[in-house]
Design a binder for this molecule. Structure first.
Ligand SMILES: [Ca+2]
Ligand SMILES: [Ca+2]
Ligand SMILES: [Ca+2]
Length: 181
């Protein structure tokens, strides 16, 4: 596994632990779903329901695949195993990525505007400076938008164990100097 992949996974674990108890549990994903949906006030109910459902599916998949000791929560050690067999999470991650990107496209034109992107990614917990760097790395249009498929692919790459120097690495950078490819 690439070091960058380990760093990406560690960051996501810390953000997903929304209730801050040190492990991933069902409540984390309810809290996170509510938080992300609240950051998309212009999106319709269908998109919001899909986002909440995607967070729930995300949790149920983690629980089914990674709870090695069967205690009903996912420790960091258990979580890191997810990057070793990404094929088991591919469908869930893809569904999650699509729900998030569609939530970020309230006017349904297939393009994500920077303020919507910033709002959703801030709700998840990423650093604003890093979110902006990620958006730039996606190569926005002259109108400062990125396509839904670009974001979906970016999320999928984020979870890939063999990827380095990808746009998603910007999210891990503590400062803008940490993102060298
Ligand atoms: Ca937790
Ligand atoms: Ca466990
Ligand atoms: Ca749009």
């Amino acid at each position: 596994m690439r070091a960058e992949a380990t760093q990406r996974v560690a960051l996501v674990f810390s953000l997903l632990d929304a209730n801050g108890n040190g492990v991933l549990d069902a409540e984390d994903f309810t809290l996170m779903g509510d938080r992300v949906v609240a950051a998309a006030p212009r999106s319709d109910d269908e998109a919001k329901d899909a986002m909440r459902a995607a967070f729930e599916r995300y949790w149920l998949t983690l629980l089914a695949e990674l709870d090695a000791n069967g205690d009903g929560v996912i420790s960091f050690e258990e979580y890191t195993a997810c990057v070793l067999s990404p094929e088991r999470f591919d469908a869930t991650i893809t569904a999650f990525a699509e729900a998030l990107a569609i939530l970020g496209d309230p006017d349904g034109d297939g393009l994500i505007e920077r303020p919507d992107f910033m709002a959703l990614m801030t709700a998840i917990g990423f650093e604003p400076g890093n979110i902006g760097a990620l958006f730039d790395a996606f190569g926005p249009t002259a109108e400062d938008r990125v396509s839904v498929p670009t974001w979906v692919e970016g999320i999928r790459d984020y979870y890939a164990p063999d990827k380095a120097g990808i746009p998603g690495d910007h999210l891990v950078a503590g400062t803008e100097s940490g993102s060298a490819a």
